[in-house]
Write a protein that binds this ligand. Structure first.
Ligand code: 6R9
Length: 630
């Protein structure tokens, strides 16, 4: 399934558009182990949304990610764990060992009542047990819902309740940089409002004292003693759910994006092999947390499906100093490195001294994901990290797409700074105007849609198929709408320009403006708020909140801190506004809609051209807002 030159890419792309079913059927049947081969390839409808790939096929993704490699290359390292403390030993786990660990923990889950189709919430730091928990859940046909370790108790509870998780897997605590972070304690707080949870399995990481509730809470290590290290993989239908991953949209609470076993497996494996051009023996380092889709597809599943060696890092890029990534690359002789623009910009800001004496000569491919990679950061990445020798793959995709959609193939596609370049085989992008009319030709801008299903397209949003339909398939009937704006230049290359909806991208994390507003509004004394994103040097976007209080605050700075605390409690520290401006009113239309366009302009510091404000109920609030802008 590996494409090795540009002509082969063009040929594959052509085939994938002319006959997508045949294209994917060949890849799916030739490169994976199926317990029962599929005979149906694709059944789809973007209007009354439904997509089924390889529907009557049966498989288990862990057979493909573990068993076949444990048989063929048992001593190849599957996972390298680099701990938070640079002095602590890293751990290498071979395919044979990983299969045993996953099987053993799968038996622990079974012994604790988890059955096929049950939901399991995983809230853990970046330690091997996290990857093991994910794979063990998949092995027994249960559905994992990983919640990023930085989310608050309230966010965990919302996610657990939405999909009625039966079991939660966590740790006693976490370490990130020089901070110790409670995990079990946060889970305990969440579980006060989660009647569906029957068992909590706790892995030990920090030896922090934790409460262990009789009959509910069990230690991972102790539970493991009582089960065997072999566990047959549950045979799944291709369209059975594999996981749920919550992500923010423009309205309401985060939604549970559902991906299924067969299509996800095929697409994650295919894109990993082709975008990164992984060769046997390479060490691949993805800096994403498994709590996000990048960690799911390109730290765990994609690499393991390819029999690769995947390095997971527990800590942060700036601990003990801003040379940590480069140190890891040098020590583990990393060949392929995949990170986020926000990390690149932040490390660039620390200066080049942290690169001194770091041998980066093993690097062959550099990747970027999560937000636009601006030109300055692209050049620094290219010159200082890649030494001009490593192709940069700027990969555009989403939680909903589950795999990379638009990206260069490393060393094959000619790159261009700030461009995600060309669609992968099987991906049919289309740009449309506001009315959904296709914008043809090159040198154009529009809203990015996809017109044909690829194997790992979102199947539904958990418990609410209507929401899936209305969010992705109703704006432009017949098309999947990404929520992103995009330009296609004279060469037909794609450049993603950012979200066109009310979703912000803060350090590569998706956060809905409505979510932050709801959190702020729940603070005592707050009447209303409006939140927008604004350009931020490091984070890509920062959060700017306009807040109306019941009474003029006596201690505005204290109130700001309290509001930050509330947002942190309700969502998590990543959603804390960077700027809070107290205002007496918000620019609203006569029908009561907030004109965010104006608020965005003010937050950007560009008030020269606010556009038409004549439809505002009270234009004078705009003056006040401009005067008080931060
Ligand atoms: C994988 C991931 C998705 C949103 C997406 C877009 C932005 C991701 C990008 C990019 C420009 C890239 N995005 N990759 N923008 N260039 N290479 O990040 O998933 O967390 O769901 O975010 O991120 O706006 O719509 P997710």
């Amino acid at each position: 399934m590996r494409i090795t030159n540009i002509a082969a890419y063009q040929q594959a792309y052509k085939k994938s558009v002319e006959n997508p079913e045949q294209f994917w059927a060949k890849i799916a049947s030739e490169n994976f182990v199926w317990d029962k081969p599929f005979t149906k390839i694709l059944d789809w409808n973007f209007n009354d949304y439904k997509v089924n790939w390889f529907e009557d096929g049966q498989l288990n993704i862990t057979t493909n990610a573990l068993d076949r490699h444990a048989a063929n290359q048992p001593n190849t390292v599957a996972l390298i764990y680099e701990p938070n403390e640079p002095g602590d030993d890293s751990v290498s786990i071979t395919y044979k060992e990983l299969l045993e660990k996953v099987s053993r923990f799968a038996n622990v889950l079974k012994a604790n009542g988890v059955q096929k189709g049950d939901r399991v919430c995983i809230y853990m730091p970046m330690i091997p047990e996290l990857a093991i928990a994910v794979l063990a859940t998949a092995r027994i046909g249960a559905i994992h819902s990983v919640v990023f370790g930085g989310f608050s108790a309230q966010s965990i509870a919302d996610r657990i309740n939405d999909s009625e998780c039966k079991v939660v897997i966590t740790t006693d605590g976490a370490v990130r940089g020089n901070k110790k972070i409670p995990m079990k304690e946060t889970v305990d707080e969440a579980l006060v409002t989660c009647p569906c949870v029957e068992k909590v399995i706790v892995a030990s990481r920090t030896h922090t004292p934790v409460s262990m509730i009789k009959g509910r809470d069990i230690w991972w290590k102790e539970a493991e003693q009582e089960v065997s290290a072999t566990c047959p993989a549950e045979i799944m239908n291709a369209e059975d759910p594999l996981f749920i991953l919550y992500t923010s949209g423009s309205t309401g609470k985060p939604k549970g994006v559902v991906h299924t076993c067969g299509g996800y497996m095929v697409y994650a494996a295919y894109t990993f092999a082709n975008v990164f051009q992984y060769n046997p023996g390479d060490v691949y380092f993805c800096t994403a947390d498994i709590g996000w889709i990048t960690g799911h597809s390109y730290l765990v599943y994609g690499p393991l499906l390819n029999g690769a060696t995947s390095l997971m890092f527990e800590g942060i890029p700036t601990y003990p100093d801003a040379g940590r990534f480069w140190d890891i690359i040098a020590r583990h002789k990393v060949n392929i490195f995949y990170t986020a623009p926000t990390a690149i910009r932040s490390l660039m800001g620390f200066g080049d001294s942290f690169l001194e004496n770091k041998d980066l000569s093993t690097l062959r491919v550099l990747g970027s994901v999560g937000e636009p990679l601006n030109e300055e950061a692209w050049h620094w990445y290219n010159d200082k990290i890649g030494k001009g020798n490593c192709p940069i793959v700027d990969t555009w995709w989403q939680t909903e797409t589950a795999g990379i959609m638009i990206s260069p193939l490393a060393g094959i596609t000619e790159t261009k700074p700030a461009f995600a370049t060309l669609p992968l085989p099987g991906v049919q992008p289309i740009l449309v105007d506001e009315n959904g009319k296709e914008i043809e030709g090159n040198g154009v801008n529009g809203n990015l849609c996809i017109k044909y299903p690829w194997p790992s397209i979102i199947r539904t949003t958990w418990g609410d198929h209507e929401r899936c339909k209305s969010t992705y398939f109703s704006t432009y009937p017949g098309l999947y709408f990404t929520g992103d704006g995009c330009m296609r230049d004279e060469d037909g290359y794609y450049r993603i320009t950012g979200r066109v909806d009310d979703v912000m991208n803060i350090s590569g994390h998706r956060i809905g403006t409505a979510e932050v507003e709801n959190a702020i509004n729940s603070h005592t004394g707050i009447v209303e708020s409006a939140v927008v994103g604004y350009p931020h040097d490091i984070k890509g976007q920062g959060i700017y909140a306009y807040v109306i209080c019941e009474h003029t605050p006596e201690h505005p700075d204290l109130l700001k801190k309290d509001i930050l605390m509330t947002v942190s409690k309700i969502i998590g520290p990543i959603a804390k506004p960077d700027k809070i401006q107290f205002v007496s009113g918000l620019p609203k239309t006569r029908s009561g809609k907030i004109m965010r366009r104006i608020l965005r302009k003010v937050a950007e510091g560009d008030v020269s051209n606010l556009g038409d404000t004549s439809t505002l109920l009270d234009p004078s609030v705009v003056e006040e807002i401009i005067e008080g802008a931060l």
